[in-house]
Design a protein around this ligand. Structure first.
Ligand code: BDR
Ligand code: CA
Length: 324
């Protein structure tokens, strides 16, 4: 077995997962349903890779594929806080967030509660217990904090897939998608007094799932393996066009894995992170104080700069390949 620390295997980490599925979101969610160290308490959906209605349908379907239709899905924000019409990522995730496939609708539905309301309610129902993991734009978190700043002291930790520090952006030369989609919301989240860990492209680009692994998962004939193989074609092809290798980053999976297994983190300075809102060329950039002697008085986040991406990918594969 890979070396997840014993205490993390012994107890499940309860997670509220805010997501925009999305291919790598799907990889994260199915891993989270199966891995013994993860307890997904609830899903909230948000616009981002696709519109929020489609993201919500995909989330409900993933829970059914993973055999956990009992987990609630709450639909959240459909657009960013400020600005014109939202834009989506069809070229990476496909028109419906499921690659080149259009799948039948799931049999279940979202709960009808707003994802923001769910996020606030759970914070009060289980104060100090829950980890909030955000793997889409931060709109729901921003609205939740603006609605009730008290949630910031009631979540145990917030882990965000977002940002690019010593690594280029994936939307602009300096901005990563989840932050770039709603920089104002990201700023609200980083100003709140909760412990934030950012899992940026610097490390998620090192957590690569290969086409071969996805073929092997298909050959397991499990619902999860078949589904992940089916939806990944465009995602892998988009990466292959850029890097000439049939492998693609599991951004969201690594963030979820770090939330439940901090031993994956090798370097994560606590520092000040600001979100650039105004720059003509830099809107959505995450600016960290990484000077040798930073001013820690205003530190607001831990930035994961090195992580054991390969160890996570092996664990992810083993968890999904052993699904019976
Ligand atoms: C992030 O943006 C989305 O496309 C992915 O699902 C991931 O959450 C990577 O920048
Ligand atoms: Ca995502």
């Amino acid at each position: 077995m890979t070396s997840i620390a014993a205490e993390h295997l012994a107890s499940k980490t309860p997670i509220v997962l805010d997501c925009d599925p999305g291919v790598d979101d799907a990889m994260a969610i199915l891993y989270g349903l199966r891995a013994p160290e993860v307890e997904i308490v609830a899903l909230g959906t948000v616009w981002g890779n696709i519109d929020v209605d489609t993201a919500t349908v995909n989330a409900v379907r993933l829970l059914e594929i993973g055999g956990r239709p009992d987990i609630p899905v709450a639909k959240g924000a459909g657009r960013q806080l400020i600005g014109t019409e939202p834009t989506f990522a069809e070229l990476i995730h496909g028109p419906a967030g499921t690659g080149s496939t259009i799948l039948p609708p799931p049999s279940g539905q979202h709960t009808g509660e707003h994802a923001v309301t769910q996020m606030i309610r759970l914070a009060y129902e289980r104060p100090g217990e829950l980890t909030l993991v955000a793997i889409g734009p931060l709109t729901n978190l921003g609205i939740a904090l603006a609605t009730d700043p008290g949630i910031a002291t009631r979540y145990k930790e917030v882990v965000i897939m977002g940002g690019a520090f010593l690594w280029p952006g994936n939307i602009t030369p300096v901005a990563e998608a989840n932050i770039w989609h709603d920089p104002e919301a990201a700023r609200i989240v980083l100003e709140a007094p909760w412990p934030v860990t950012l899992v940026p492209l610097d490390v998620t680009e090192q957590a690569q799932v290969t086409g071969e692994m996805l073929d092997q998962l298909r050959d397991t004939n499990t619902p999860a393996g078949t589904h992940l193989h089916l939806i990944s074609y465009i995602y892998l092809s988009a990466y292959e066009a850029r890097f000439a290798r049939r492998e693609a980053a599991m951004h969201d999976g690594l963030a979820l894995a770090i939330a439940v297994d901090p031993t994956l983190v090798q370097e994560a300075p606590l520092t000040r992170v600001d979100i650039e809102l105004n720059g003509a060329h830099t809107r959505g950039m995450t600016v960290a104080d990484l000077r040798p002697i930073p001013n820690l008085e205003r530190a607001n986040a831990r930035v994961v700069l090195k992580a054991e991406g390969n160890r996570f990918v092996r664990r992810w594969f083993n968890v999904l390949a052993s699904w019976d």
